[in-house]
Design a protein around this ligand. Structure first.
Ligand SMILES: Nc1nc2c(c(=O)[nH]1)N[C@H]1C(S)=C(S)[C@@H](COP(=O)(O)O)O[C@H]1N2
Ligand SMILES: [Mo]
Length: 205
């Protein structure tokens, strides 16, 4: 079989959203319709009656918020595209949650804070510069496309940081810590690029 004929079988029709806006898909990414599940370790099953989010570090007041308190706070919807470092992208995700900027304000983030570190189930961590975490599109989210997050996607709460590769969008959040100097997270210590900008293809070190 000629080489070319074999390849054609795998060629996908161009998605109309990519055809309409070719620059929407970052370099090296492939569009997917389903929402893949990707993480290290096993999926935790939280009892939201006892689960809390701790907000701490370079803040005036440490917070410990219940799931209900988070649901009762003013929410924001963010519609965004997500880009995984393993090359899948998914368009038009509707996340609802609490803006990270609001959390920062509630806790009284100190002027010395420059990074935000996310603490998750089983010791998983990741971090971003404060400016990304407090941008309009950065959330701690509890809902995706109209339904509460499924356990495998981070229930009860995950970070959503659409401007970075999706590994920075930490699932199963237990803590948000404001830092004066950065700490490398789980994937970042294992070869991922700490800056993680999909438009610059900052995948690995
Ligand atoms: N707690 C935790 N969050 C995590 C991860 C993980 O291993 N643990 N993996 C990250 C990676 S690599 C990706 S691509 C996204 C995948 O999110 P999804 O499974 O909801 O698609 O979660 C991120 N958040
Ligand atoms: Mo990922």
């Amino acid at each position: 079989m000629p080489y070319d004929a074999g390849m054609k079988a795998f060629r996908r029709p161009l998605d109309p959203r990519v055809a309409a806006d070719p620059g929407r898909l970052p370099p090296g990414q492939v569009l997917t319709e389903k929402w893949p599940v990707l993480h290290y370790g096993s999926v935790p099953h939280y009892d939201v009656g006892s689960w809390r989010l701790r907000v701490h570090g370079a803040v005036e007041r440490e917070l410990s918020l219940s799931y209900q308190e988070i649901l009762d706070s003013p929410s924001r919807e963010v519609v965004c595209d997500i880009h995984c470092v393993t090359t899948w992208s998914r368009f038009d995700n509707h996340f609802v949650g609490l803006p990270l900027a609001d959390l920062a304000e509630m806790a009284g983030v100190l002027p010395s804070a420059r990074f935000v570190e996310f603490h998750c189930h089983a010791g998983f961590t990741t971090s971003v510069p404060l400016g990304y975490a407090t941008a309009q599109d950065a959330l701690v989210a509890y809902q995706h496309d109209g339904v509460p997050l499924a356990p495998e996607h981070g229930y009860p709460l995950r970070a959503v940081l659409p401007r970075k590769y999706f590994w920075k969008s930490a699932k199963w959040l237990e803590g948000v810590e404001f830092l004066e100097s950065d700490r490398l997270g789980f994937w970042e210590r294992n070869g991922y690029n700490n800056s993680a900008d999909p438009w610059r293809e900052e995948r690995y070190w």
